[in-house]
Design a binder for this molecule. Structure first.
Ligand code: 4NP
Length: 155
């Protein structure tokens, strides 16, 4: 079965849509079939497109995320996805709290997939300047490369 990955942040309009785009892009380049999605722990932006600054940084790096729509993480996600990857420690705590007893998803932090940065948060760029989104893109891209390598090795 195709391996599936769900990225989770707070609003699902900044960090996790960028992680979704970065992994999709990296997997396509590597010829790796993956199911990739993203969701938020909060419901403020359900149905909305990603933040315009996130759209801009993705486009600048060759990926369009304009069509994505915010959604909240749900209990079935814990059975439907092989991996659920949180952007920060608060997201991970929230995911652990809502995980059903029969969850089969492997939970981790995005930064656990970057050498030397395990346990760190992807800083939320929402309240900052556009430069923060470039930093987010660098981090999600680095993690996407490692994830592709590791998931390809497990096939
Ligand atoms: P994200 O950033 O979790 O990276 O999507 C946020 C976006 C919106 C809000 C918080 C964080 N908000 O409170 O609306």
């Amino acid at each position: 079965m195709t391996t599936s990955v769900l990225f989770v942040c707070l609003g699902n309009i900044c960090r996790s849509p960028l992680a979704e785009a970065a992994l999709r892009h990296a997997a396509a380049q590597a010829g790796l079939a993956l199911i990739v999605d993203s969701a938020g722990t909060g419901d403020w932006h359900v149905g909305q497109a990603p933040d315009e600054r996130a759209q801009a940084v993705a486009l600048k790096n060759g990926v369009s995320i304009d069509h994505l729509q915010g959604r909240v993480v749900s209990v079935p996600d814990f059975r439907d996805f092989d991996h659920i990857i949180a952007m920060d420690n608060q997201n991970l705590t929230d995911l652990r709290t809502m995980a059903p007893n029969d969850s089969t998803a492997q939970l981790s932090l995005l930064m656990d997939h970057i050498d030397g940065r395990a346990g760190e948060d992807v800083i939320d760029p929402y309240y900052g300047q556009a430069e923060g989104f470039d930093q987010t893109w660098l981090e999600v891209t680095a993690a996407a490369q490692t994830l592709c390598r590791d998931l390809a090795a497990k096939r």
